[in-house]
Design a protein around this ligand. Structure first.
Ligand SMILES: [Zn+2]
Length: 182
């Protein structure tokens, strides 16, 4: 399954947003945290830089997290709900370098609307491609990170953060050794 680079980038931003919460500390607890997160994702938008805006993005994080493990029917309902509440209004906008693109918010829309619509449009593409099972939670026993499996054979089990794949391989290796020793 391949998505356009734009969609793929949007999906990765969602994963990164979801994974701000599963660390030992919530990495989205202050306005400064939000600034840092948006910078790290190269997400540019008009900003209010206040608590209400922070709350709105934390709320979006919960909304998106529920989609990550939702059934298709539920995911469709939630994606549509976000598109409605965030005032998505698709329109073709020409960029000097890349020609026309479909945008559903404008640069002056509030941060929540831009972020939410961007995420919901990307998730809509995943649903249209029948790819919801590619949205998963890391299989490592001590990790709850969200992951996005873009591999050809849908084989990705572990998140990219931390060292989950390695840790699980070591665990499996030790278990094998222990059973051989018995
Ligand atoms: Zn993990």
């Amino acid at each position: 399954m391949t998505f356009t680079p734009d969609i793929e980038a949007s999906l990765k931003v969602i994963v990164n947003l979801l994974n701000t919460e599963v660390q030992i500390v919530d990495m989205l607890s202050s306005v400064a945290d939000l600034d840092e997160f948006l910078d790290s994702q190269h997400f540019t938008a008009d900003r209010a830089h206040n608590q209400a805006e922070l709350r709105s993005i934390r709320q979006l994080r919960s909304q998106l997290k529920s989609i990550w493990t939702a059934s298709e029917e539920d995911a469709v309902f939630r994606v549509n709900q976000i598109l409605r509440t965030a005032n998505a209004q698709p329109q073709l906008i020409k960029s000097p370098k890349r020609g026309y693109k479909l945008h559903a918010t404008t640069t002056s829309s509030p941060l929540y609307d831009r972020f939410a619509v961007n995420a919901a449009m990307a998730l809509a593409e995943v649903i249209l491609a029948g790819g919801l099972e590619r949205l998963r939670i890391c299989a490592s026993t001590d990790c709850k990170n969200a992951l996005l499996d873009l591999s050809r054979n849908r084989s990705k089990l572990y998140c990219d953060a931390g060292n989950c794949a390695n840790r699980e391989h070591v665990r499996a290796y030790r278990a094998r050794k222990a059973s051989v020793g018995k």
